[in-house]
Design a protein around this ligand. Structure first.
Ligand code: MN
Length: 740
């Protein structure tokens, strides 16, 4: 078992200012808390945090990261609370340990393979400090190295997760070496047969490969010296098992057909021109394979990888790959983000600012890129730590279904957006939501890692209000579509009623009309494909029913019918109009629309008309006919759409006994007993009182508001007169709007 003092010394070497005593304290704390726990191998549990800390120390990370390595499983696996960590080791360590605990919870939640991409992003989105990922990767690396002690199923699961989630994260962070080791370990555990077969085959070729690499390396050294191109060293290697295996699978070839099994790497001093010079020498020595030259120096990869690649045909006719890069590019290629700790110490930064090409739009790597640029200049370690704060996916939020599926949404997304992301049916019938088992309003904003459960009901439909807070275009499109459908259906209905009545007025049968081929053609002439579209246009008030009929039967014929009717009316025959005067009741409303039955009628809330008030009707888009009092302040502006105004009249008294709530305001002298006096005066008129309240105004007058139940205007006049008669009452008025 590695000793803590070795780790302490490593950290001290790279970070002379570090608080090394904190590492010793973290060690003792971890030892005490994990006491008695063992790993699957039977070793004391403490081996694991120690090894993780050692990996982090080898990455040259700071003492905060290494201490986090020692403590990373304490909150997850023992009874220790985060607040204790904070108290003993400070805010930063506690923050990193917290991040690791969250990651542990997420990766245990999600199992779906195809979700890997989203899980990766979610992990990265949930952490705000790159050191959390680095500790997590070190943790995973040690677990992978010691996987052998576990049962096969568990081994498989962890290996698969490593391949799906953690190796790609290491790759995106540019950590080539760590990624390679994770992949090979995962490969070994997932496909043990293939692994054994492939390593045996490579072992059999080892001597041959070594001889080839020795010869080639020598030849390169000579060629570079002859050309006076400086280099630091030449490395020869056989490619990683997992990457060879992937190639065999993907291209369906045998090992002998893999021509870049071995590769050579030229490391030059830290100046880009040496790389290009070395490339020239290579192409001068051997014939390059066309199309295999890649310049990752001029255009670095997303993960900041920089190098020149070429393949050449060797002296014995065997092609091989050559990678050329400077020492610092090499370091970044191997260590990725972790390499920046080295830059921080100024070992590489002295060669001046590197030229980075900002050709990639990905915000995540803009952020990494700026990290690299930052660290060239930053001297103060406080600023350096600040620069590690990440917001890799500032535009996204990741939430789970109860089954552990990850849903990616834009920031600000609500449960409705989530519901539509699952399925449009789920969105259409959504009635409520639980976030982390608690019922929440539908306009709540989702956070990373939320588990969201959508409640649905088959009869429920989207609400127009949702448009005020949903953010995804998918949800928006669906809800808009639904609202439009709804409005259209109502408009068709209103249009049909209007046209029916107009037809009856002229003695035509509406039913026959709809079957009439000529009438269908008429729809076409108006530019509508279907009769329903024509009816909708009438319902929306774009077309006047009389004009439509006139166009169908001919204006002259219509006028003739009308004239005949007039004369019959005058002669006392009152059919027709009478037939129209059927009264309709809807809710507590009793208003007939001249010419229309069964239309949705709503009394305007703005003016609260009651029987006896002069009224007009206004055909709205999708909400039926709204009835306003003529005195209503909104009527003027409605008149601008004259074609939508319809005549309405009150139903006869006999047919209806609806009472309307009307609010009255009485201004009185400020003295006691006013409220009692007024309410008793109202009771004298045999009127119901729904609500009464009194207050004193700023100018020392009594204000008494009473909501009364009124049958009609005459009734209201009587009430007002009665209240006026009460001694002390200065004025009474009817207030606009209904009682609420
Ligand atoms: Mn661990």
């Amino acid at each position: 078992m590695i000793r803590i003092e070795e780790i302490v010394q490593k950290v001290g070497r790279h970070h002379p200012q570090a608080d090394l005593d904190m590492l010793r304290r973290a060690y003792f704390f971890s030892a005490r808390e994990h006491k008695g726990q063992t790993r699957a191998s039977g070793e004391p549990y403490l081996v694991h945090p120690l090894e993780v800390a050692n990996i982090l120390a080898d990455m040259r990370l700071d003492e905060i990261s290494v201490a986090t390595g020692l403590l990373h499983d304490v909150v997850e696996d023992t009874l220790v609370e985060l607040s204790v960590i904070k108290q003993y080791f400070g805010e930063e360590v506690a923050h990193l340990v917290d991040g690791l605990t969250k990651i542990a919870q997420i990766s245990s939640l999600s199992r779906e393979e195809q979700q890997a991409e989203n899980v990766r992003k979610m992990l990265l989105a949930m952490i705000d400090d790159v050191r959390v990922v680095l500790v997590k990767l070190a943790d995973r690396l040690h677990n992978m190295r010691t996987l052998g002690a576990l049962k096969p199923e568990k081994r498989q699961r962890i290996a698969q997760e490593t391949l799906d989630i953690f190796a790609p994260i290491a790759h995106r962070l540019g950590m080539g070496k760590l990624r390679g080791e994770l992949e090979d370990l995962a490969f070994q555990n997932l496909y043990p047969e293939d692994y054994r077969y492939l390593s045996a085959q490579l072992e059999a070729r080892r001597a041959e490969h070594e001889k080839f690499l020795e010869r080639t390396t020598k030849r390169i050294e000579d060629a570079l010296r002859d050309a006076e191109v400086p280099f630091v060293r030449i490395e020869g290697r056989v490619k990683r098992l997992y990457s060879i295996w992937k190639k065999l699978k993907k291209q369906r070839i045998e090992l002998d057909q893999v021509y870049d099994l071995v590769a050579v790497r030229i490391i030059t001093p830290d100046e880009v021109r040496h790389c290009y010079a070395a490339l020239g020498v290579m192409h001068n020595t051997w014939r390059p394979v066309p199309g295999r030259i890649k310049d990752w120096i001029a255009t670095p990869r997303d993960n900041l990888y920089r190098s020149l690649h070429t393949s050449v045909i060797g002296s014995e006719g065997q092609p091989f790959e050559v990678q050329i890069r400077t020492e610092d590019m090499h370091h970044v290629a191997e260590e990725g983000v972790a390499a920046h700790w080295k830059y921080k110490e100024g070992k590489i930064g002295k060669h001046g600012k590197r030229e980075m090409v900002a050709d990639d739009e990905d915000a995540a790597f803009q952020s990494l890129r700026s990290l690299v640029e930052w660290t060239q200049e930053v001297k103060d370690s406080r600023d350096f730590i600040e620069s590690l704060k990440l917001d890799l996916y500032p535009k996204d939020v990741y939430a789970f279904t109860p089954m552990g599926k990850v849903i990616q949404l834009p920031r600000g997304a609500t449960p409705i957006d989530f519901a539509y992301a699952i399925h449009s049916e789920v969105g259409d019938t959504c009635t409520g939501a639980r976030i982390n088992t608690r019922i929440v309003p539908l306009r709540s904003v989702l956070q990373n890692g939320d588990v969201v459960e959508i409640l649905t009901s088959a009869n429920s439909r989207p609400s127009r209000d949702w448009l005020n807070f949903i953010v995804t275009s998918r949800a928006r499109t669906r809800v808009r579509h639904w609202v439009a459908e709804q409005q259209r259906a109502e408009s068709v209905e209103i249009g049909r009623k209007l046209l029916d009545k107009e037809a009856v007025r002229f003695g035509l049968s509406a039913r026959k009309l709809y079957k009439d081929e000529d009438f269908k053609k008429l729809s076409g002439e108006y530019g509508f494909g279907r009769i329903d579209d024509l009816l909708a246009a009438i319902g929306y008030g774009k077309l006047v029913p009389r004009n439509v009929l006139a166009k169908h039967v001919g204006a002259e014929k219509l006028a003739e019918i009308e004239a005949r009717k007039e004369s019959r009316l005058r002669s006392g025959v009152r059919e027709g109009v009478q037939a129209v005067k059927k009264f309709i009741r809807l809710g507590d409303d009793a208003i007939s629309v001249r010419g229309i039955d069964d239309v949705l009628i709503v009394r305007g809330r703005c003016c609260n008309p009651i029987r006896g008030d002069e009224i007009i009707g206004y055909i709205t888009r999708g909400k039926g006919v709204v009835v306003h009092a003529r005195r209503c302040k909104n009527v003027d502006s409605l008149m601008a759409n004259r074609e939508r105004i319809v005549e309405v009249e009150w139903a006869s008294h006999a047919a209806d006994t609806t009472a309307y709530a009307v609010k009255l305001l009485a201004v009185t002298e400020n003295r006691t007993g006013m409220l009692a006096g007024i309410t008793s005066a109202i009771s004298d008129t045999k009127t119901g009182i729904r609500d009464a309240r009194a207050s004193i105004s700023a100018n020392d007058k009594g204000h008494i508001e009473v909501t009364v139940e009124v049958f009609d205007l005459k009734h209201l006049d009587k009430i007002i007169r009665s209240v006026r008669g009460v001694s002390g009452v200065l004025d009474v008025e009817r207030m606009n709007g209904g009682a609420d």
